[in-house]
Ligand binder design. Sequence first.
Ligand code: 5RP
Length: 230
Amino acid sequence: MTAPSAPMTQDELKTLVGQAALQYVRPGEVVGVGTGSTVNKFIDALASIKDQIAGAVSSSEASTQRLQALGIPVLDANSVASLGVYIDGADEIDGQGYMIKGGGAALTREKIVAALATQFVCIADASKLVQTLGAFPLPVEVIPMAAAQITRRFAGLGGHAQLRMKDGQPLVTDNGQHILDVHGLKITDPLAFESEVNQWPGVVTVGVFAHQKAQVCLLGTAEGVRTLTY
Ligand code: 5RP
């Protein structure tokens, strides 16, 4: 009798979906690459087919460093008119492919690269799948001088915004801005919410990805990779 195998760790599930995402990369193309620990697994897998792709457009300095260290050319987003696919993780994803992103503070560039792509493939472990967005504190990249007024606006919606800190100082994004993490929201209409918050003065990017939602989610589960399509 063989002993039952141990359940996969979250890290192993991330590796599984990172490798599964390779099937969406077409030979000869430039690939859009997100940011985070799950995407790092994808970047590692992408290195195994680096000779078959034209390169990558990256969504953060961290992903750029990892791509280049593995010998994958990184192209300027301004040098490509479109991308076939963008592969990225999420902090939450719901049943319609709407997401919260920005846990790694890369949301602005992630949205820019996602907007270039025909298809957004989200890679995530099963803990990220939710009914309603908002239990994960919503990241919002803001111009520093607008942080207090944006905090008051979120309070009006029942949210509590906190300035994200790093080493005792406000975290500074790749774009030189700050991040507010908003607790206590229940985002029942992600499209309308994203549209509204986007037009508040001083908001650079809100971490709701509804207009740039996922078309596919590769979800790492105890039973293997589940493919959700939207
Ligand atoms: C970074 C992101 C990431 O995709 C999100 O935070 C998920 O990260 P991880 O794969 O490490 O759980 O939006 O800004």
